[in-house]
Design a protein around this ligand. Structure first.
Ligand code: HEM
Length: 283
């Protein structure tokens, strides 16, 4: 398969993957599968997918570097735009929940902190999606990169929005925050460490401990619970898997996937060399 064909198939598979959650949600809503609270369930599902695609779009740069697979860069923009579209749908479903009363919507956004930051994240993602085209890239020149740096604070506040609305059940946002930390720390690593196993092991440890600390701090500062209980929960196997365990597993899976990819590439190289030697007669 040529590189162009690989890019084509990857783009197509990504497009299908990005549309599937929306289609499944629409289908379930239409069939009454979301009863008795379809609007609430749809708000949660679209919010979840917006965050998942946001994190996935941030994962494309490290994935391309670690798996040494250029085509991945061709789907990064698409995944980012999908995150903005799901966030837009999430907002519209919220407006529908408020019976399209825009005064109530605006008042709620001003009054409730988690909605205010959700709104800021939404505006940022929309701006980034609109300016993600080649035309805007040419028009904005060097400012394009500066503007698109907004993705990091936007993702950060979207995750805080996720935390706040989760109230006391913060497993999912804590896991997301752990993955986000991994992705941010990877970018902060010196180039030499970004691609080697020592760097990835360091990231696994740092992201796991950060997740333990976020969780304990959240329970302590927001819910007024003893932070030691949250710390101890991480060593109690009856309470597994905790968000930090999931972050550790995800980080170790990255190391395993990188090892498999590198072994496959090395085996391919040896195989191609042998094939060439056996088919081209020595002079
Ligand atoms: C004006 C913008 C926004 C509004 C009005 C809004 C509103 C809401 C509401 C009402 C909930 C459910 C709260 C509850 O049930 O107690 C929610 C949850 C959530 N929102 Fe937003 N949101 C906005 C922006 C965003 C953005 C930009 C993202 C992500 C990129 C996002 C991600 C989420 C997530 C992940 C949840 C939790 C879903 C779950 O618990 O399964 N929201 N939002």
């Amino acid at each position: 398969m040529t590189v162009q064909q690989k890019i084509f198939w990857l783009r197509l598979a990504t497009l299908i993957g990005l549309c599937l959650p929306a289609l499944e949600l629409a289908w379930r809503w239409y069939n009454g599968d979301l009863e008795p609270r379809p609007v609430t369930l749809a708000t949660h599902a679209t919010g979840d997918w917006a965050v998942i695609f946001l994190v996935l779009s941030l994962a494309m740069t490290p994935a391309r570097a670690l798996f040494d697979w250029m085509p991945l860069i061709h789907v990064r923009r698409r995944i980012g735009v999908a995150a903005a579209l799901y966030a837009g749908a999430h907002f519209l479903i919220y407006v529908l929940d408020q019976k399209w009363n825009l005064i109530v919507v605006a008042t709620e956004i001003i009054r409730r902190f988690y909605l205010t930051i959700g709104f800021v994240a939404l505006i940022s993602l929309t701006l980034l999606a609109i300016t993600s085209t080649n035309g805007w890239q040419r028009r904005l020149k060097r400012n394009w990169k500066r503007l698109h740096w907004l993705i990091y604070p936007a993702a950060f506040i979207a995750i805080i929005h996720f935390f706040i609305q989760s109230k006391v059940r913060i497993s999912e946002p804590a896991f997301t925050a752990g993955l986000f930390t991994w992705l941010m720390l990877w970018r902060a690593l010196p180039a030499r460490l970004q691609k080697n196993y020592a760097g990835l092991a360091l990231l696994a440890v740092a992201a796991t401990f950060s997740t333990v600390i976020f969780e304990a701090l959240w329970y302590w500062l927001v819910n007024g619970r003893d932070p030691m209980l949250a710390l101890e929960a991480n060593i109690d196997l009856d309470l597994a898997p905790r968000p930090a365990h999931k972050v550790l597993i995800a980080s170790l899976l990255v190391i395993l996937a990188v090892a498999i990819r590198r072994l496959t590439l090395a085996a391919n190289k040896v195989w191609t060399k042998r094939y060439v030697q056996s088919t081209i007669p020595a002079p």
